[in-house]
Design a protein around this ligand. Structure first.
Ligand code: PRX
Length: 646
């Protein structure tokens, strides 16, 4: 394991690692007292009487019971009163030089107007609203407007297809969809409204579609259903009373992929989520009053929810919202936004860093970056070389790096260095956050004991509860229990593998289930296989991941075509299969490699032996393990030959 690097900065509130250790112990030994105190981070309309109640049998977690509060009030109103002219959202548009500062006062007015629009459309507390928007301020207004009136938002990443959007709208039962006419993304424009039209076609549940005008392009509007958001907002008042929500009232649903079935709607609730994101944002990044927090994520993912909108705004910070892509108009774009916004914190994904590193240091060095004091990564393991580049070239060896491990389900960061406190190791997420008790277990579920000086490896589980954790899967609590709490009894199973090194630091090695992490995006192999099945040529398929230089993991599909398609041109079939997946899920899920085979390696009971497919996808053509249990061992030779060919 690599040597650690001492922090360059100093945490403003946690002076030493020994103090972190002390606080950590306190948080584990007496969680109720620890988390009770954290309740002071937010403003309550009515105080809570109980910090944590758990019904283990039902897997029911209840935090801050008895309390009433409102997320929009905490993220907007209290700052609008105290610091009305501070920039809440610093929007960086798609074109270079296109910026907008939205102060806390203005944010309050816009959120109130949008909340009033929703009310006028009949949205009530508990109703679901789908947000399918580009990275424009309206996305944050819409989320906070829902929170203001107690509606539950379901943000769908604007790169998902009409079919994916439709599935999510149906599953959550969304009454209203908020979208834009078009979404500029680098040199392209995505026809969002058109996608929504296809997605909601014939769906009775959707009563209204609100359309933000991001560009001047005209789009067809369905009378009685579609209206323009700006017109609606201008007709509404700029004040709107908040709905005082119970601590455990739902705040949002966010769909994410699992190892089986369709994406699941992870549900986060009000108080615990807000407190946890605010606290992690504050302490992991060592937030200072003048920080400009630049998180490059999209609000369609959990990172955008927690560290563009809820965490930073609850803390009264300035949050940069970036509409474009890192290589538009060139690979210096992120650094030019850093300079223009004077960002002090940059939080991005290893995938982006790998691409920017490959583009060459000149793009970085052309820009000053002197405002930066802290760098963060999230979403996938970071290879030590990229980490070192981030540290040496981007951060000029003066910025700490926080490699933050967490998930959609965890709400906020669970394992990460604390800026200015924790010694860093390139590629390691290092230590657990307060109250978080990671544990490695073997396949049988037995805990693997760690001792100072020895390294261990296993399935990463969590043995404690924390306020930011997901409470259920929308409409399917049984799936929630089975997915996370049944593989290893009384433990939350993350789906990740990890190593714990000789010093006790954690190194997340990646998913151990059938979920891929492609450019930091979670995609289930089952989802990909069912998308491929929608193409007429496909008899069956099996999808696995393989190491990819830029994306971290690439998508490798083995496809058996139906006999009547066997004589068709293979390249054409492969092109059509890629198109099918783009159409069914979205461009982020496009397979990188497709190999046409005449059969899959199956056991006699019909189970696909993915182990073999994974090895072949990794370029390993020998030592495939025992293949004698296969129904037809001959297919392996053919698969290897096909994979070698291309
Ligand atoms: O495999 C882990 C990986 O991303 C997964 C969670 O994906 P998602 O729910 O989309 O949330 C991503 C943003 C929080 C995890 O199960 N992952 C996330 N962060 C890291 C990571 N793997 C290694 N190191 C990280 N810092």
């Amino acid at each position: 394991m690599s040597k650690s690097i001492a922090p360059h900065g100093k945490h403003t509130r946690i002076p030493t690692l020994a103090e972190y250790d002390r606080l950590y112990r306190e948080s584990i030994e007496d969680p109720r007292s620890f988390w009770g105190k954290q309740g002071e981070r937010v403003t309550w309309f009515h105080p809570f009487h109980s910090v944590l109640d758990i019904d283990t049998e039902e897997v029911d977690f209840s935090w801050y019971q008895g309390g009433r509060l409102n997320v929009s009030f905490n993220c907007v109103d209290r700052h609008a009163a105290e610091r009305p002219n501070k920039t809440a959202i610093l929007w960086a548009g798609n074109e270079p030089g296109e910026y907008k500062h939205i102060t806390y006062r203005e944010l309050k007015h816009q959120v109130a107007r949008l909340a009033n629009v929703l009310k006028a459309k009949g949205v009530q507390k508990g109703d679901r609203v789908c947000i399918y928007l580009p990275m424009i301020p309206e996305a944050a207004y819409a989320m906070l407007a829902c929170a203001r009136i107690g509606a539950v938002h379901s943000v769908v990443f604007a790169g998902f297809s009409a079919e994916s959007l439709r599935d999510r709208i149906i599953d959550a039962g969304c009454k209203v969809v908020i979208t834009a006419n078009e979404a500029p993304r680098g040199p392209k424009k995505v026809a969002l409204k058109h996608i929504v039209d296809v997605a909601v076609d014939g769906l009775k549940v959707v009563e209204s579609v609100l359309v933000a005008r991001r560009t001047s392009t005209d789009v067809p509007m369905t009378v009685g259903r579609d209206t323009f958001l700006d017109e609606e907002m201008s007709r509404q008042r700029s004040t709107c009373p908040v709905e005082w929500m119970a601590s455990e009232d739902p705040l949002f649903i966010l769909y994410t992929s699992g190892s089986t079935g369709k994406p699941k709607g992870v549900l986060h609730t009000t108080a615990g989520y807000l407190i946890y994101t605010a606290m992690t944002h504050d302490l992991v990044f060592d937030l200072r009053p003048d920080d400009i927090h630049f998180c490059t994520a999209d609000v369609g993912w959990v990172t955008g929810h927690s560290y563009i909108v809820y965490g930073p705004l609850c803390n009264g910070a300035t949050s940069v919202m970036f509409e474009s892509v890192p290589n538009y108009p060139d690979s210096g774009r992120i650094w030019s936004v850093v300079d223009d916004t004077k960002a002090t914190i940059l939080y991005t994904a290893p995938t982006a860093l790998r691409a920017l590193r490959r583009a060459g240091d000149d793009f970085v060095k052309k820009h000053s970056r002197k405002s930066l004091r802290l760098l963060g990564t999230v979403g996938e393991p970071i290879d030590p070389e990229t980490w070192q580049w981030y540290h040496d070239v981007v951060g000029e060896q003066r910025c700490d790096i926080v490699d933050t491990w967490w998930q959609t389900e965890t709400g906020g960061v669970l394992i990460s260095p604390l800026a200015g406190v924790t010694p860093m190791k390139p590629g390691s997420a290092t230590r657990p956050f307060f109250g978080v008790k990671p544990l490695l277990v073997d396949e049988a579920g037995a805990p693997i004991e760690w001792k100072q000086g020895t390294a261990i490896q296993g399935n990463l589980c969590l043995a404690s509860a924390w306020p930011g954790q997901a409470r259920t899967i929308w409409g399917d609590h049984r799936r929630f229990r089975e997915t996370y709490f049944s593989k290893f009894p009384n433990l939350y199973f993350t789906g990740d593998g990890s190593t714990r090194d000789e010093d006790g630091d954690w190194w997340i090695t990646g998913r151990v289930d059938d979920v891929l992490n492609v450019s930091g995006h979670r995609i289930g192999t089952a989802e990909l296989e069912s998308a491929l099945a929608q193409n007429d040529a496909v008899a069956e398929s099996a999808v696995v991941g393989y190491p990819h230089d830029l994306k971290g993991q690439g998508i490798y599909a083995y496809v058996v075509v139906k006999p009547e398609f066997k004589d068709q041109n293979a390249d054409q079939i492969i092109g059509a299969l890629k198109e099918t997946v783009r159409h069914v899920i979205g461009p982020i899920a496009t397979p990188d490699r497709i190999t046409l085979v005449s059969g899959l390696p199956k056991t006699r009971s019909g189970k696909v032996m993915r182990r073999i497919l994974r090895k072949v996808a990794h370029g390993q053509f020998t030592e495939l393990g025992d293949i004698t249990t296969l129904a037809d061992p001959g297919v392996v030779e053919e698969i290897i030959a096909a994979a070698k060919k291309g």
